[in-house]
Design a protein around this ligand. Sequence first.
Ligand SMILES: [Zn+2]
Length: 241
Amino acid sequence: MSRKQPANIVPTTKSRGGRTPRAQAQRTQPGPIIQTRKSQAAMSPEQALELLKAGNERFVTGRMSNRDLREQVSATAGGQFPYAVILSCQDSRTSSEVLFDLNKGDAFSIRIAGNVVNEDVLGGLEFSTRLMGAKLIVVIGHTRCGAINGAIDNAELGNLTALLRKIRPAVESSLEDGQTGSSQDKKLVEAVAKANVLLAMRQIREQSPVVRELLEAGRVGLVGGMYNLTTGKVKFYENQN
Ligand SMILES: [Zn+2]
């Protein structure tokens, strides 16, 4: 579909009218929606998660929204009302905007090797939620992560050494007693990647009283997930908070 669709300023699910095949297609594949203060305020953490799931489903099935990003520049220039904040790895293949088929203004994106948590990351999460109203914190790891490999192998290089050390608790918890582990062990790599997402979620709860208060009040949600580099699919870890 090459026809340009205007960015909707107000989210709506109401019918656009008409029964032509094109109108039909528009109803099943609504155009991009720009979040507003009102839409953000009305959204629950669960609804935010559903939007991300639907976006990943569009990505995986090749039905990504037909959006004009230049049009979205002007539509979002006056402010931003993101419904999520996504902490993910800096890996060049794991851009959240792409894998969740996001519009401008949908989500804050914090990217750092190995999706580790430090006080600056926590500060960004606090800004996104407490000050900017995002409803869902998402921690996304990915398969075949170089940072996970490096942490398992105890790689050392400049400042990277300290970063990889932050992943070590996830490595230790994934190893049997006395086992040393190697990044050649693909099962171990994926087990550590998952443990590292759960570790980050725990650290967010424990190390940010600001976020913890929002989580306990039910105003914000926290969920982890794993992006599969081979399939493009994100598997969410629900009920593991
Ligand atoms: Zn990575």
